[in-house]
Every structure is written in structure tokens, then in C-alpha cells.
Design a protein around this ligand. Structure first.
Ligand code: NA7
Length: 493
């Protein structure tokens, strides 16, 4: 590629996607790359979440950059500490750590005179031709709207604001929430708490999975022969299952989706002995309507003597614990709020203004979205990784980000080659794409009648609504006529 223009890049966020962007930019020979990170460490989700039992629900060897296989994973499903250490190691090995400016929270991004200016909370300004927004999805904790939370005499904390020094062993603990987080917390605490109450407003379908540790011998073999790692990462059975799952999401009446529902149903029927508890744990919506929870041992753990499943309505939090609408009070020492995230905020509350002062807040007033999840009209040279509508089934978000990068790279190529100074989806292309996406999203399993963080305020899933293959194809073939390309008279630097 003949590069005619030297570009300056700002990457916002040093989580999985931001590190990927920095590595790829350096590999492509771009020298001027700055990563702005709000915290004092990298790792994104894996830095913010530290609650007991946290693991990734994608097999470790598949939740790995394709260019940095890791022979050292200790388990099939790796824990958070290991995953964070992996990202730190990759960033170090690929020499992108010096590009990261820590403790620089971006509060404003504005486009003018052909370039972007980022302002940080510290008042510093950074300018660039291109911005990669890799600021994460699930990072604004949702505190439940339950009265009396402040009155609790014990320790209440959101799962993403876990305090490591809170004593858990032998304590009376409540966990509100039954998504992946709540389920993992229950599994981790079932044998530690003296009493553990799982508050479930909506029970979840649980997909059974098998987790296991790798032996030293296996790790030594992975080191010697990376093909063994690839055999796990690209295991046809695993990939086939995930592909089928994606097909099932797109077509809720398909055999694939019925098979998933049946697996979850059998898991419940066969593994919960007490019929009363079984009915408490049975959701009243279809499996995979909410993002499926994967767990090797939730049903086993929830039947431990110390665990009590509470499906009644919470009235309020009182100093001694949680009072139910029927008057029951669950007395607690610790209350874990596994109540999820504001999944529609992305870079916000930072303000972002594109061409002619167009505000991202206005563009996203109804719903957060982007053309193929990556670019927005009037926001030239600003590209999102794992932005709105990115989730593709239960595929590894690393895989999603790597594929999105192929698309971004193509657009960056237009700028670097001097074909234009500004590039973004045209308003017409964005509107046509979004109309198509909305129609497809309304037909997916996620819209089959439940609440979940996938849904926007109108109940439409904020996800990729087509097959995995369609995603993979779209990422390598941007439709170039859908982009508005302009030349700008830039101000002198
Ligand atoms: P989720 O999946 O958004 O789950 C949040 C849970 O919290 C869910 O069970 C909610 O019940 C429950 N919740 C929220 N507010 C309340 C109130 N006020 N009262 C009772 N229960 C409440 O968040 P997670 O952190 O578990 O997982 C997020 C993603 O992270 C996960 O999908 C993986 O991708 C990783 P509801 O279902 O709304 O009735």
C-alpha cells in the first residue's frame, strides 16, 4: 500500500478492543498512536470486574487474540485475573504500553477543521485525524431502583465495584440479580456464606457447560505445538455449536433454537431434585431470549443447604437486610448487586460532536446504533469497536473486534492512501442499514418476550441480527458507495 498521508490516531480505551487497535495500527506502520485510558490500569471489563467466581463464558483459547495464542490458560473457562494478566502481557510483548496515557478520561470529543480534539477530565487536549472508540459496553453499573438501599447497615456493593476486603466467609449474603454475574456469584459463594439468598426477579435458563483445568503436561504440549491450541480454538464442534446458536437466534423457530431450549430444559429437569425449587427456577420466557447464562454448576450450588432462592418481590432494603412484599425480612451482612449495566451509554456521558456540531447524544436520542456497528454519518474518521449493535450471538467479543478491525482498516486505508480526508457512512446508507437491521432484530429470539440488556428502550435488540457468516462477510467487504468521502482544507497543525 502506498501511504501518502501520515495519520495521527487516538484510541479511546485500553481494554481488549483498544489494545487490539493499538497493536494493529503499529503493525501497519502508523507511528502516531495515543491510547487514552480513564483508569490507572488496562484491561477494561477485566479490570473493573473482580467479584468472586468471575470467569469468561467463552472458552479461554477462543477468548484470545488470534495473533497471540496463550499456552498458559489454566482452565477451559479462564478466570478474570488470568484474563487481565493476559491482556497486560500482550500489551507489553507487543510494545503498546508506552502508547497508553493512563488516568485520562475523555470528557469531550469534537470534530472541526478536519480533525478530532479529545479533552480529558484532567483538562488536557489531544488532537488526531482518526479516533478509534473502544470505550466498552458494560461499564456503567446499574444500581437497582429499590428504596432504602442507603439505609442498609451491612455492606452493599455492585458486582462491578467489588471491594476485595469485604469478609464473605461465614457471612449472610444476598445476591440480587440472575444474569451471568449473579449466577457466578452464587456458585462462588454457596460454600462460603453461612446463608446465601439469591433474589431472582426473573429466573434464567442455564446452558450446561463443562469446565476443567488444563494439566501441566497439557500446557507444556501447547507451548511445544501451537497447533494443539488451534485445535481447541477452532474446534469444529465448538464452532459448529456457536454457528448453530447464531442461526437459532436469527430464526427462533429453527431446529437449532429448539435444540438449545431442550438442552436448557433438560438441564433444569434433570439437575434440580426438589419440584418446588425447580418451578421457582423455571423461566416463563424462551431460552436465549435473555443472553444465555452458561454454568457448569449453578443448579448444583443453588441446592446447597446454605442457599435460598427468593423469587418474591422485593419491597425495600432495610437496615438489617431485604424486606419482601409479603413482609419476610432476609437479614444480611453483605448485599451484592448483580443488577447489570446501562448498556446503551458507550462513550457517554462524554460529549461527542461531529461535523457542524452534530451531537452524538442527539443522534442516539432514540437508540444507540451505528452503520454496521462501526461508523456514523457526520462523525468522520471516528470508528467504533464493540460499539452499539455489535454482539453477534455468543461469539467471542475478541473475534468480533478483530473482524470489525478488518472493516476499520479498509476505511483507514482510504485516508492513508490520500483518497479522501474524511470518511464516514452517508446518512442515506445509515438510514437504510438501520431500517434493515431493526426489521431483522425484531424477528430474533432476543425479541421473543423478555427484558434484557440487549433491548433498547423500545424493546428492539441492539445486536447483530443476521448470521455469523453474514457478519464475517460484511466485515471484509465494506460497500464503499455507502461512504461519504470528502476532502477538507485542514488547519495547519
Ligand atoms: P444482566 O444480565 O443485565 O442481569 C441483571 C440482573 O439483575 C437480572 O437478573 C435482572 O432481573 C436483575 N435486576 C436488575 N434490577 C433489578 C431490581 N431492581 N430488582 C431485582 N432484580 C433486578 O447483568 P449481568 O451483570 O449478570 O451480566 C451482564 C453481561 O455481562 C452478561 O450478559 C455477559 O455478557 C457478561 P430481570 O431479568 O431484569 O428481571
Amino acid at each position: 500500500m502506498i501511504r501518502r498521508r501520515k495519520l495521527r490516531f487516538l484510541v479511546v480505551g485500553a481494554g481488549m478492543s483498544g489494545i487490539l487497535a493499538a497493536i494493529r495500527l503499529r503493525e501497519a506502520g502508523h507511528e502516531d498512536v495515543v491510547v487514552l485510558e480513564k483508569a490507572d490500569r488496562l484491561g477494561g471489563t477485566w479490570r473493573e470486574n473482580r467479584y468472586p467466581g468471575l470467569t469468561c463464558d467463552v472458552p479461554a483459547h477462543a477468548y484470545t487474540y488470534s495473533f497471540a495464542p496463550n499456552a498458559e490458560w489454566s482452565r477451559y473457562f479462564a478466570g478474570a485475573d488470568e484474563i487481565r494478566a493476559y491482556f497486560e502481557k500482550v500489551a507489553h510483548d507487543r510494545d503498546v504500553l508506552p502508547l497508553i496515557r493512563f488516568n485520562r478520561e475523555v470528557t469531550d470529543l469534537s470534530f472541526g477543521q478536519g480533525r478530532w480534539t479529545a479533552t480529558t477530565r484532567t483538562g488536557e487536549r489531544f488532537t488526531a485525524d482518526v479516533v478509534i472508540l473502544a470505550s466498552g459496553v458494560l461499564h456503567h453499573p446499574r444500581t437497582p431502583d429499590i428504596g432504602g438501599l442507603d439505609s442498609f447497615a451491612g455492606k452493599a456493593m455492585h458486582s462491578a465495584r467489588w471491594e476485595d476486603d469485604v469478609v464473605l466467609d461465614g457471612r449472610r449474603i444476598g445476591v440480587i440479580g440472575c444474569g451471568s454475574t449473579g449466577v457466578q456469584l452464587i456458585c462462588a459463594l454457596a460454600d462460603r456464606a453461612s446463608r446465601l439468598v439469591h433474589f431472582q426477579r426473573s429466573p434464567q435458563w442455564i446452558m450446561p457447560v463443562v469446565d476443567f483445568a488444563y494439566t501441566d503436561e497439557e500446557r507444556a504440549a501447547f507451548r511445544r505445538d501451537p497447533a494443539l491450541i488451534d485445535a481447541i480454538r477452532y474446534d469444529p464442534e465448538y464452532e459448529g455449536n456457536v454457528q448453530r446458536f447464531t442461526m437459532g437466534i436469527v430464526d427462533p423457530d429453527s431446529e437449532a433454537m429448539h435444540a438449545i431450549e431442550e438442552l436448557c430444559r433438560q438441564n433444569l429437569e434433570q439437575n434440580v431434585a426438589d419440584p418446588v425449587l425447580r418451578e421457582k427456577l423455571r423461566p416463563d420466557y424462551r431460552a436465549a431470549c435473555k443472553r444465555l447464562v452458561y454454568s457448569p454448576d449453578y443448579y448444583a450450588r443453588v441446592q446447597r443447604p446454605a442457599v435460598h432462592v427468593e423469587t418474591g418481590a422485593i419491597e425495600r432494603i432495610v437496615p438489617q437486610g431485604v424486606r419482601m412484599r409479603d413482609g419476610t425480612i432476609h437479614e444480611l451482612d453483605v448485599l451484592a448487586l448483580a443488577t447489570g449495566f446501562h448498556a446503551d451509554r458507550f462513550i457517554r456521558p462524554a460529549t461527542v460532536h461531529g461535523r457542524n456540531g452534530v451531537a452524538l447524544d442527539d443522534l442516539w436520542a432514540k437508540r444507540a446504533t451505528a452503520y454496521f456497528a462501526i461508523t456514523l454519518p457526520d462523525f468522520p474518521n471516528l470508528f467504533l469497536l464493540n460499539g452499539p449493535t455489535s454482539p453477534v450471538g455468543n461469539f467471542s467479543l475478541i473475534d468480533v473486534a478483530e473482524r470489525q478491525w478488518q472493516f476499520v482498516e479498509r476505511l483507514i486505508g482510504e485516508l492513508a492512501n490520500g483518497n479522501c480526508d474524511e470518511i464516514c457512512a452517508s446518512a442515506e446508507a445509515m438510514a437504510a442499514y438501520e431500517a434493515r437491521r431493526l426489521e431483522a432484530a425484531r424477528g430474533t429470539i432476543f425479541a421473543s418476550g423478555c427484558s434484557s440488556w440487549y433491548l433498547d428502550r423500545e424493546g428492539v435488540p441492539m445486536t447483530w441480527p443476521w448470521s455469523y457468516q453474514a457478519f464475517a462477510d460484511a466485515m471484509v467487504n465494506p460497500v464503499m458507495k455507502d461512504f461519504e468521502r470528502r476532502a477538507t482544507a485542514r488547519a495547519a497543525d
